[in-house]
Design a protein around this ligand. Structure first.
Ligand code: TRP
Ligand code: SF4
Length: 351
């Protein structure tokens, strides 16, 4: 049960219903890797079939979290959208757009900032972690946290505007984003109580996300240099995955291993048939197969999969105007909704 205006409300159903509105954004990070594919994109592609989806490039959100050049932002945006389209996000099914094309987000962010107490922002663990990673603060002491600059502190307020603009019920994100979704709910509740109920209280849609470690066994990340990019040429994918870390117990070929302790095996789980899983698991535990042989079984599937992706990517790369058209179409569709929401908002706020 959740509390709204002191009245107990029945808990929202914990699964989306067909036709529910879903919003999610992604900072422009450029070309995407296998971690993004299995962590986010596969899920988005599934969601677009049943829900009213808005997926956008959070380019304003890239500003407070890194020193990025104008060129890098524009370039990363397009490269990322090309990846989205090439994995099967479909502009006929989902609204695909760029955050900064819809200036209404900035206006709603401003209005939300007027009703958001600073302590709600200062306690956000994800913002604090980002600030620490960026070297803006050294610890999470109160005195340190006040050094975080305004844009980063307000990052989740802008995110709340992104979500509430479309009156989304669900926001597919990773667990690190849950504090932002909680803030979104708090802002919605406060706005509704202060003015008039306009906004739903959205929920994070946490989906079981398969683990995809990088080639060194740590989390896959471009900054660690351990990522397999979706657009890597086949030889490179093969080379990277052939080097990928395995169970450290298998020092020599005759040392048995345990798939559960093998970073590479996470990819087997995603790509191999049950028979292949069975075969390599036994081979690993009995040391009947070597790691390279074992990985070859998985690599074949990854390459097959990426070949399809690469073909689609080649199409979009040579039809860049179509990519811009997709963004323009998304902009039109998003703006239509944003205009309506802002008309309601301005009406009740009085400005
Ligand atoms: N903060 C998100 C991230 O870093 C990106 C984002 C911005 C977002 N606005 C959003 C996600 C709205 C979901 C909904 O991944
Ligand atoms: Fe991993 Fe396969 Fe090597 Fe076992 S044999 S450690 S599962 S790569």
């Amino acid at each position: 049960m959740s509390e709204v205006d002191g009245h107990a409300q029945p808990a929202l159903s914990s699964t989306p219903a067909r036709g529910d509105t879903i919003v999610s954004g992604f900072r422009p990070t450029g070309k995407l890797h296998l971690g993004h594919l299995h962590g986010t994109l596969t899920n988005w592609v599934r969601l677009q079939e049943q829900y009213r989806c808005f997926f956008f490039v959070a380019d304003w959100h890239a500003l407070p979290t890194g020193n990025v050049t104008a060129e890098a932002i524009r370039d990363s945006t397009i490269e990322m959208v090309i990846d989205w389209l090439s994995v099967g996000l479909d502009p006929a099914k989902a609204v695909i757009f760029r955050q900064s094309d819809i200036k209404e987000h900035a206006e709603l962010h401003l209005l939300f900032s007027m009703i958001t107490p600073t302590p709600w922002l200062l306690r956000n663990p994800t913002v604090k972690e980002q600030a620490r990673e960026l070297g803006l603060i050294q610890s999470e002491d109160e005195a340190e946290v006040t050094k975080i600059h305004y844009g980063l502190l307000g990052y989740p307020v802008l995110q709340s505007a992104d979500i509430l603009m479309y009156k989304a019920k669900w926001v597919p994100v990773g667990v690190d984003q849950v504090p932002h979704i909680e803030l979104t709910r708090e802002i919605a509740r406060r706005f509704n109580a202060l003015y008039r109920p306009i906004f739903p209280e959205p929920q994070a849609l946490l989906t079981e996300v398969p683990k995809v470690p990088g080639t060194d066994g740590r989390k896959m990340s471009k900054s660690y240099g351990n990522a397999v990019l979706l657009c890597d040429p086949p030889e490179e994918v093969d080379a990277k995955l052939s080097r990928m870390m395995t169970d450290p117990r298998r020092v020599r070929r005759r040392d048995p291993g345990e798939p559960a302790d093998c970073p590479a095996f996470n990819l087997h789980r995603l790509y191999c048939t049950p028979e292949e899983i069975e075969y390599v698991s036994r081979g690993c535990r009995t040391a009947e197969i070597g790691c390279l042989e074992c990985k070859k079984v998985m690599i074949r599937h990854v390459l097959e999969d990426l070949a399809v992706f690469r073909e689609k990517r080649a199409y979009w790369e040579s039809h860049r105007d179509d990519v811009y058209d997709v963004l323009r179409q998304g902009e039109r569709q998003a703006r239509e909704v944003a205009r309506q929401t802002m008309a309601e908002v301005r009406e009740v706020v009085g400005v």
